[in-house]
Design a protein around this ligand. Structure first.
Ligand SMILES: Cc1ncc(COP(=O)(O)O)c(C=O)c1O
Length: 463
């Protein structure tokens, strides 16, 4: 491959910036859904591995031309699928710098700036989420791996208490560990149990209330009636369908009275703690033993970035640390990311988190959470009075709706809305029935976006 001059590189990066800006500018009015199907995109990208090099500028143009028709505008203010969030400008720019610097954020010694930004970002995260300043943290790929990280620390502690060393001896022959979680827990809890060797078969689902929040009385009965011994309870702040938050204070009290570990899945819901008016919903959350959440959802940091926080740093470190003779780690020295994460080499995610929090500040995060919750409430209020639909639940930034004509009509409505392109809700099944989920997670969404989307929903219902 020929030499790339500094001028060529600058031209290339400017071209990438122009493509990116053009894409984001078009978010305002372009249809949210990608025009092409997954199969069409495979066809568009397909082709033999090239034998010869191609100039980077040509590769960039080709990439943008081929990919663009298959890019759904998840950065749009009217993308309401899953719980996605867009990218705050400062976080997006920091993410570009992350790629340009390309530092491996495993250790502080060769890459001091990225380790330091991560350390400060972690302190800020605990502060804004109202979690103990003494807790340890890790930035990982997403809430899935945050569960794995935090529950590995839980596994360490509950087994160490009865004299079993989980890291050294594994789980073959280990005493059984009870895991209890709400019947409407997120699927990533189950997968974390699979990955940690705890298994899903012994998971004890605890009954939930009408909104999908764990019932403390059912948990109390399960803890009382089940076997004594090591136990972990996974509570939830933010049901993915209803937005419901488990009653954390009584749950955590029960768990601790039983000598068990309390973990909170707060993938998005934990961010309610950053909005003073919503904070009471999470009463008691700071007393848990571990928490898992995301920066790539409600904080609007680019993918990927999950956050594990553990109230017992020694256990967290024991579960995760790794070292090798060729690494530079100073005892008593600065925080080393590799001590807290399941990854070895890793992206410097702390830069984008730092930039997001630096740009919004405490007030900006509170406003973002508050505004998106208010948008969800606006949806619910308007749809509640609408013929042909029923609002099943609304909590935090989530709205759960169904067509009164039934499952097929609900699926048809979601499909029609995605096809129309004004907004992009996603379908789900809740309690046996098909529903439409509206998750307001984007930093840009306003009441005007809600009203434009409501008009599209009304048009969809009229068809
Ligand atoms: C409650 C809850 N937990 C966990 C997850 C998984 O998060 P991630 O996709 O970042 O792994 C989600 C994703 O929507 C969620 O809503």
């Amino acid at each position: 491959m020929g030499t790339v001059t500094a001028a060529d590189l600058r031209t290339l990066l400017h071209a990438a910036a122009d493509h990116a800006a053009a894409h984001l500018e078009a978010d305002v009015d372009a249809p949210v859904r990608a025009p092409r199907t997954p199969a069409e995109m495979v066809e568009a990208f397909a082709g033999p591995l090239p034998d010869q090099p191609t100039e980077a500028a040509a590769v960039l143009d080709e990439l943008v031309a081929v990919a663009s028709p298959g890019i759904t505008r998840t950065t749009s203010a009217r993308f309401f699928g899953f719980v996605v969030g867009g990218s705050l400008p400062a976080a997006l720019a920091a993410d570009w710098m992350t790629a340009a610097w390309d530092n491996n954020a495993g250790l502080s010694e060769p890459t001091p700036a990225v380790a330091a930004a991560e350390q400060v970002a972690g302190e800020w995260l605990k502060d804004i989420l109202g979690l103990p300043a003494t807790a340890s943290f890790a930035l990982v790929t997403g809430c899935q791996m945050a569960h794995v990280t935090a529950l590995a620390a839980a596994r360490h502690v509950v087994l160490a208490r009865i004299g079993w060393d989980a890291e050294r001896d594994g789980l073959v022959g280990a005493p059984p560990v009870r895991v209890l979680a709400g019947a409407e827990r997120h699927v990533t809890i189950d997968r974390a149990l699979r990955l940690l060797g705890l298994g899903t078969a012994r998971l004890e689902p605890i009954a939930v209330d009408a909104r999908g929040a764990m019932r403390p009385d059912a948990l109390a009965a399960a803890l009382r009636d089940g076997a004594d011994g090591p136990a972990i309870v996974c509570a939830q702040a933010g049901n993915v369908n209803t937005g419901a938050v488990d009653p954390l204070a009584p749950i955590i009290d029960l768990v601790h009275a039983h000598g068990a570990w309390a973990h909170v899945d707060g993938a998005f819901g934990l961010w309610a703690a950053a909005a003073p008016a919503r904070r009471a919903l999470l009463d008691g959350v700071e007393r848990a033993d571990s928490w898992a959440t995301d920066a790539h959802k409600w904080l609007n940091v680019p993918y990927d970035c999950g956050i594990a926080v553990v109230a017992h740093p020694d256990a967290h470190r024991a579960a995760m640390t790794a070292t090798a003779a060729y690494l530079v780690q100073h005892a008593g020295g600065p925080r080393e990311p590799v001590d807290w994460t399941p990854e070895f080499s890793r992206r410097a995610r702390g830069l984008a988190v730092w930039a997001a929090l630096r740009s919004l500040g405490r007030a900006g995060v509170a406003e973002l959470v508050e505004r998106t919750c208010a948008c969800a409430e606006r949806f619910a209020l308007a749809l509640d009075g609408e013929a042909g639909v029923e609002v099943l639940a609304q909590g935090l930034n989530q709205v759960l709706v169904r067509a009164t004509a039934g499952d097929r009509a609900t699926d048809a409505l979601v499909a029609a809305l995605q096809e129309d392109g004004t907004c992009y809700p996603t379908p789900t099944t809740w309690r046996g029935g098909r529903c439409m989920r509206i998750s307001v997670s984007n930093w840009q969404t306003t009441a005007d976006d809600v009203d434009r989307s409501l008009a599209a929903i009304r048009a969809g219902l009229a068809r």
